[in-house]
Design a binder for this molecule. Structure first.
Ligand SMILES: Cc1cc2nc3c(=O)[nH]c(=O)nc-3n(C[C@H](O)[C@H](O)[C@H](O)COP(=O)(O)OP(=O)(O)OC[C@H]3O[C@@H](n4cnc5c(N)ncnc54)[C@H](O)[C@@H]3O)c2cc1C
Ligand SMILES: Cc1cc2nc3c(=O)[nH]c(=O)nc-3n(C[C@H](O)[C@H](O)[C@H](O)COP(=O)(O)O)c2cc1C
Ligand code: SF4
Length: 450
């Protein structure tokens, strides 16, 4: 800071109009790529900006994960004069206009996924996971349609909500059909595992609810039900299937949960597999969560799970892609001793480079053991055996096992609609896991093409 203040003073003397405060980092440390100029920690560089401001008389501009309402307070208390934004403007270029218009709740939020900045590391074009128009402003522009049709969107996850919202803005008549109790799809579960996702969930729900989209919740779409409703076209956005993958001996034991079972447990949904795997108290808590609606609010679940979680002290997660690693962090932060194992040596698939580097370092600090190249995984009685990369057989005791792998696309419903003669489109995870970015992008591409 002493050098930075001195450099800023030299600038002032030389006649510059203002100083913008940013930072750089030791590029050899993975986590630091999200700790300096594009920080993960909110207000990371505010104290630096304030120190420079107090040494100069020209205006100082701060930046780095500063929310507009925080900036109001910082500026009012004289810590700096202006603030700059990078990611939030990529996520919603209309942010300043919406603030001015008093519609802050409609600002599309950044989810701190690091897709944008990671593109640069692999020499690819800029893009934003929540704003499919960033970098594709012409191709995906929302233009009023000259032949609007009546479209059914099946599935109320991010892909379904985004395509419904976009088509309604283009003038289509849209019916959004969701089998669950509320809109969101897998996003509420993803918001419990990674808190910044919750803002997108709230934004998408709000945009759909205040649009002309007709919402049908608690409604299972079948060929028969949709035939009666007279649609011109059907869009299938029913997500992935996360049932127990085949080929892991012992995966039917009662202390082993599949991805679907974990989701049902956390969100108080019913699942046939859970009855045998949970005790009466857990079932009561899950029921209470559903009845009070508490489990429909990801932030509440995140807080409540710090006190109570129906999982023992040690947990082994099989699967080291995005979902496995996010769950590992979530559980380790709640005092569980967590091991992640996978046949693959390539951990963190689905995470963008900059976030992956940070998460791997955080998992290490939390004491999570990562076992790569674990072959012949067998689940025995509260024990998991595997063959390590040196060909040695090893085993670890555990209270619970979560199988966070084997999720795959599922176009069976789309095939049924096609066979029945409907003009059918597919988007999002039902075409193969493509995460939030893929859900939003495929929705925007389809909405622009219809
Ligand atoms: C624990 C966890 C953490 C995650 N974290 C992240 C993350 O940090 N970043 C990220 O990018 N991704 C994350 N993901 C993945 C992300 O949530 C999904 O990729 C995304 O939600 C896919 O969106 P979708 O709209 O295609 O499908 P979904 O969100 O799965 O929605 C599909 C919807 O279709 C409904 N449906 C299915 N069949 C029917 C039918 N016949 N009739 C009516 N409705 C039907 C379902 O009820 C569901 O609501 C995470 C996933 C999990 C499980
Ligand atoms: C896609 C992207 C690329 C960036 N590249 C650089 C860079 O090469 N050097 C740098 O000093 N800052 C870089 N930044 C940081 C921005 O200049 C700015 O300081 C930062 O985005 C402000 O924080 P915010 O994104 O939380 O608003 C980048 C930011 C983004 C979003
Ligand atoms: S890509 Fe992700 S981190 Fe970058 S601006 Fe968009 S939502 Fe934010």
């Amino acid at each position: 800071m002493a050098d930075a203040i001195e450099a800023a003073r030299l600038g002032e003397k030389a006649g510059v109009d203002a100083i913008t405060v940013s930072a750089y980092h030791d590029a050899n440390r993975g986590a630091l790529h999200s700790e300096s100029n594009i920080p993960h920690v909110p207000n990371r560089m505010v104290s630096n900006a304030a120190a420079i401001k107090h040494s100069l008389s020209i205006p100082v501009i701060a930046s780095g994960r500063i929310e507009p309402d925080s900036a109001e307070k910082h500026i009012a208390s004289g810590q700096y004069d202006f603030f700059g934004m990078g990611r939030k403007i990529l996520a919603d270029p209309d942010l300043p206009n919406k603030l001015q218009a008093g519609t802050a709740a409609d600002i599309r939020p950044c989810i701190y996924c690091y897709c944008c900045v990671s593109q640069i590391y692999v020499s690819k074009q800029i893009k934003c996971a929540v704003n499919p128009e960033a970098g594709f402003e012409k191709e995906r522009e929302l233009i009023t349609s000259d032949c609007p049709r009546h479209v059914a969107v099946v599935g109320g996850g991010p892909a379904g909500m985004e395509v419904a919202r976009r088509l309604s803005l283009r003038g289509f008549k849209v019916s959004l059909i969701e089998s669950g109790k509320r809109l969101g799809g897998t996003l509420p579960f993803a918001s419990i595992a990674y808190e910044p996702n919750e803002k997108l969930l709230k934004w998408l729900r709000r945009q759909v609810e205040q649009s002309t989209v007709e919402i049908h919740i608690n409604t299972e779409a079948t060929v028969d039900t949709l035939r009666r409703m007279n649609f011109d076209e059907v869009i299938i956005a029913t997500g992935a299937q996360r049932s127990m993958p085949e080929g892991i001996p012992g995966s039917d034991r009662d202390f082993v949960f599949s991805g679907e079972e974990m989701r049902a447990l956390v969100l108080s949904e019913s699942h046939p597999g859970l009855k045998r795997k949970t005790n009466a108290f857990t079932r009561l808590m899950v029921k209470a969560g559903a009845l009070t609606g508490a489990t429909s609010i990801p932030e509440l679940v995140r807080q409540a799970s710090k006190v109570w979680l129906p999982l023992g002290k040690t947990v082994i997660i099989i699967g080291s892609e995005l979902v496995g690693l996010e769950l590992a962090e979530f559980l380790a932060q709640r005092g569980r001793t967590v091991t992640v194992m996978d046949e693959s040596s390539d951990v963190g698939k689905g995470l963008y480079l900059v976030r992956r580097m940070r998460l791997l370092e955080e998992l290490n600090l939390l004491g999570v053991m990562l076992i790569r190249k674990a072959n012949n995984i067998v689940i025995e009685n509260h024990k998991v055996s595997y063959t390590n990369s040196r060909g040695q057989v090893r085993s670890l005791k555990t209270d619970h096992v979560i199988v966070a792998k084997g999720a795959s696309g599922d176009t069976s419903l789309a095939e049924a609609f096609k066979e029945a003669g409907f003009t059918t489109h597919t988007i999002g995870d039902c075409d193969g896991i493509s995460y939030i970015e893929g859900a939003m992008e495929s929705a925007a591409e389809l909405a622009a093409s219809l």
